[in-house]
Design a binder for this molecule. Sequence first.
Ligand SMILES: [Zn+2]
Length: 99
Amino acid sequence: MNADIMSVLQFLYKLRNSEVESSYTEANGIVVTWNPPWATTNENYNHSIYKANFGLSKKAFRRLLKSMLKAELVSGCLCGCRGDIEITQKGINALFAKE
Ligand SMILES: [Zn+2]
């Protein structure tokens, strides 16, 4: 599976299990707090998925998330609302599937 997809699945799996490392920091060095088990797509929140530093432009990342939603690897919404992006059981299975 695509390495970017695997990175996002890994991140959301850790988020679900409250295991996200403090290395997820904003550009200004402030450690991002991830309280809920989902990530918002709204940039102005601390638990915004855009702050997880996947190394993609916002546009490319949004396109990636859209494909992941379509493939049912994640659940949530990209309409501009809170988003509530979470890994699905299908996403978990993909994450742990043998190559
Ligand atoms: Zn929405």
